[in-house]
Design a protein around this ligand. Structure first.
Ligand code: URA
Length: 431
């Protein structure tokens, strides 16, 4: 088989057969295919697409290109994946809820990069939390507490790693079959029998419109089902950050509030929707029953208790969650005030995410260090009225950085005389 023939076939818009896709992924993994041929095929895929079968084969081959986590000795395993957002601390809330309801969330999470946060950084803001434990310990904790969240380790989907690095520098990221196969190859390799996806759209997301997010979600759901997993996807708004807190320890504190029934409305609504999908898909239950079960484990404190136990099992100081101890305080802060009267008609997630990163909460490169105390606390959200001179938000971190971040942050806002229309947070659920 020759790579040039495969490239030519896709260039003319023809379907690749499974043998050709296998040949490609195996050559990507063992490096027998050079970068220039890989990039030529990627561009042909961007231009001519892939059908469902091609996308499924590409995904399963990429999943098989490295380690596959075997979770078959755990019951009702469920994973949740968000396509990335600002202020998105949902994993910290939905994992203990699902665990309290009898699911097993044995999950590998990523670190934040650019303007989006990562669950691993949030967990590491809890003093002592060990994100890297041997597989046996990872499974034992998941079995005992119903959840265990660690950082990514091992060699998962190495074919995707090489493809993603090349896509990043050849304008070939933007393709539904390539994005769907990239995300799903890692999810399939992570081993859970049920996968719930939170596919975001809006200023702080990859997909800018609900229609595009829906196409991506459908493609991922079909891949997962084709690979024998139980699948569900929520299409959700990321025009505006989730909750009021952005930044690692600030987000942990807000996640705890949701688990205590005291969280902000938008974050609570989304967490309930995601957790209900995790539970209903795992146990094949109806929507109403699942939502009321989720609300019950929040109200009776069992979800919060689960999080505390799971954090302690990873050597994290759970007293930071119960309030017996306090998170380390940020060195300084800078307040941002409204420049005029009006309703907040724009609260751009991407700019807010960048400002939080500039304050020290994120990293531009994977080896940058993170200030866990840094971030932003918003006083008001989209649609609320504010008077000139009232505080819009506070930026926390090292003094110099908070000043620069505050100058960025103000660019995220716009104000209008009329109250802007309310937008739905959960646009659609595909299950
Ligand atoms: N995230 C991934 O892992 N892959 C993509 O292609 C896009 C987002």
């Amino acid at each position: 088989m020759r790579m040039t023939d495969i490239i030519e076939k896709k260039r003319y818009g023809n379907e690749l057969d499974d043998r050709e896709i296998r040949f490609f992924v195996s050559g990507v993994t063992d490096k027998s295919i050079p970068d220039y041929q890989i990039c030529a095929l990627l561009m042909a895929i961007v231009l001519n697409g892939m059908n469902e079968r091609e996308t499924l084969t590409l995904t399963t081959e990429m999943a098989k290109s490295g380690d596959i986590l075997d979770l078959s000795d755990l019951e009702n395993t469920v994973d949740k994946h968000s396509t990335g957002g600002v202020g998105d601390k949902t994993t910290l809330v939905v994992a203990p809820i699902a665990a309290a309801l009898g699911c097993t969330v044995a999950k590998m999470s990523g670190r934040g990069l650019g303007f989006t946060g990562g669950t691993v950084d949030k967990l590491q803001s809890i003093t002592g939390y060990n994100i890297s434990v041997p597989t046996e310990k990872f499974k034992e904790n998941a079995r005992k507490y119903g959840m265990c969240v660690v950082g990514q380790s091992g060699n998962f989907a190495p074919a995707d790693k090489r493809l993603y690095a090349l896509r990043d520098v050849t304008a070939t990221v933007d393709s539904i079959p390539l994005i769907a196969s990239s995300i799903m190859s890692k999810k399939l390799a992570a081993g859970a029998e049920t996968i719930v996806l939170d596919v975001k759209y809006g200023s702080g997301a990859f997909m800018k419109t609900p229609a595009d997010a829906q196409k991506l979600a459908l493609s991922m759901v079909k891949i997962g089902k084709g690979a024998g997993r139980k699948m569900s996807a929520l299409i959700t708004d990321m025009d505006v950050p989730l909750g009021f807190n952005i930044g690692n320890s600030l987000e942990v504190m807000e996640a705890v509030k949701v688990l205590k029934g005291e969280g902000p409305d938008d974050l609570t609504e989304l967490c309930i929707s995601i957790a209900a999908q995790m539970y209903s898909k795992s146990f094949s239950l109806g929507k109403v029953e699942s939502i009321s079960a989720v609300k019950r484990v929040i109200a009776d404190g069992s979800a919060f208790e689960t999080l505390c136990k799971a954090v302690a099992a990873q050597d994290g100081n759970e007293k930071l969650l119960t309030g017996e101890h306090e998170f380390k305080k940020p060195e300084s802060c800078t307040e941002v005030f409204a420049p005029k009267n009006g309703y907040i008609s724009l609260l751009n997630s991407q700019i807010i995410g960048k400002a939080s990163s500039v304050a020290g909460a994120g990293r531009e490169r994977l080896d940058d260090t993170v200030d866990y105390t840094a971030g932003i606390v918003l006083d008001k959200k989209y649609g609320e009225y504010i008077k000139k001179g009232e505080r819009l938000a506070t930026v926390y971190g090292k003094q110099e950085k908070t000043k620069i971040a505050a100058e960025e942050l103000i660019k995220a806002y716009d104000f209008s005389a009329e109250k802007p229309d309310k937008k739905p947070l959960v646009y659609k659920i595909i299950d």
